[in-house]
Design a protein around this ligand. Structure first.
Ligand SMILES: Cc1cc2nc3c(=O)[nH]c(=O)nc-3n(C[C@H](O)[C@H](O)[C@H](O)COP(=O)(O)OP(=O)(O)OC[C@H]3O[C@@H](n4cnc5c(N)ncnc54)[C@H](O)[C@@H]3O)c2cc1C
Length: 248
């Protein structure tokens, strides 16, 4: 008897959230927080570091998909916050700049693979400012004395946000000094100078795709197993929405 070909199992549909803006304010000059509510938010189950796909209004009409990290969720109050980097006049920051209480957005999710690996001996974050909401939320939740190293690219020193964590954190801030964001060697140079601790490590790489790829290649060449390197290109010059899996 021959096996019948089986259809690939469909991806489970992402849950849908009808978000309404409660308030919006600048956390820093280049970062705007939007707090949302929805009747069903008490049912949102996610892990810190995961994101929602927002249906962002486009200037030409209709909506486009943009991924944004859940910065925090208060299930009891049915409130959720998202931090938008104000990098330009593209759809997402333009929407965030003018968001008013009562404005609505459709969201799907949660999704994303960049979540804390509980069994690692140490953790390494290499990010630019788009990975900051994930880092802040993930580090809020790690147990005391978790060993964490972080290399963080920011636009300027103003982006050096206080990090609330019980972890033993060694952090290096790398300001671009208002050079536009994009492919650069800032984090890579710092990473080359960082001796990796002994034991089993886990890396979380989030930022501009070609930078993420260079960090991943360096870590792999330094002997880190590729399975211990979670790497996602969160944006790239010329790319519209979506993200790049960096697996090579
Ligand atoms: C899983 C995931 C989680 C993310 N979480 C966050 C988050 O919490 N906060 C956040 O601010 N971003 C986050 N991002 C990044 C964000 O989704 C992208 O920056 C997205 O492209 C923004 O949409 P847009 O409408 O501004 O630009 P798009 O219309 O998508 O892109 C237009 C152009 O803008 C430029 N561009 C896009 N993003 C940037 C940037 N950050 N800096 C400089 N130039 C840029 C590129 O040249 C691009 O071609 C996340 C991405 C992923 C995949």
């Amino acid at each position: 008897m021959t096996d019948m070909p089986t259809a690939p199992s469909p991806r489970p549909a992402l849950e849908e959230w009808h978000l309404a803006v409660v308030e919006a304010f600048d956390v820093e000059p280049r970062l705007r927080r939007v707090v949302f509510t929805a009747d069903t938010l008490d049912q949102l189950d996610y892990r810190p570091g995961q994101a929602l796909v927002l249906r962002m209004p486009l200037p030409e009409g209709g909506t486009g998909r943009r991924d944004y990290t859940i910065r925090w969720l208060d299930r009891e109050a049915k409130r959720l916050a998202i931090d938008f980097v104000l990098h330009g006049s593209t759809p997402a920051p333009s929407w965030a700049r003018t968001a008013q209480p009562g404005d609505t957005l459709l969201a799907h999710g949660p999704r994303g693979r960049n979540v804390i690996a509980p069994d690692a001996d140490w953790h390494l974050f290499c990010i630019d400012e788009t990975g900051m909401p994930a880092l802040l939320h993930m580090l809020e939740r790690v147990p005391a004395d978790t060993i964490v190293h972080a290399l963080i690219e920011t636009a300027s020193e103003q982006g050096e946000t206080p990090i609330e964590t019980a972890a033993t954190l060694t952090c290096r801030w790398l300001a671009r000094d208002d050079v536009p964001a994009g492919p650069n060697g800032l984090v890579l140079e710092a990473l080359r100078a960082l001796p990796l601790p002994a034991g089993r490590g886990q890396a979380y790489l989030m930022g501009e795709t070609s930078n993420v790829r260079s960090w991943r290649h360096h870590l792999a060449q330094s002997g880190m197993p590729k399975t211990a390197i979670a790497s996602e290109g969160y944006w790239r010059p010329g790319r519209i929405g979506g993200h790049d899996h960096v697996d090579d």
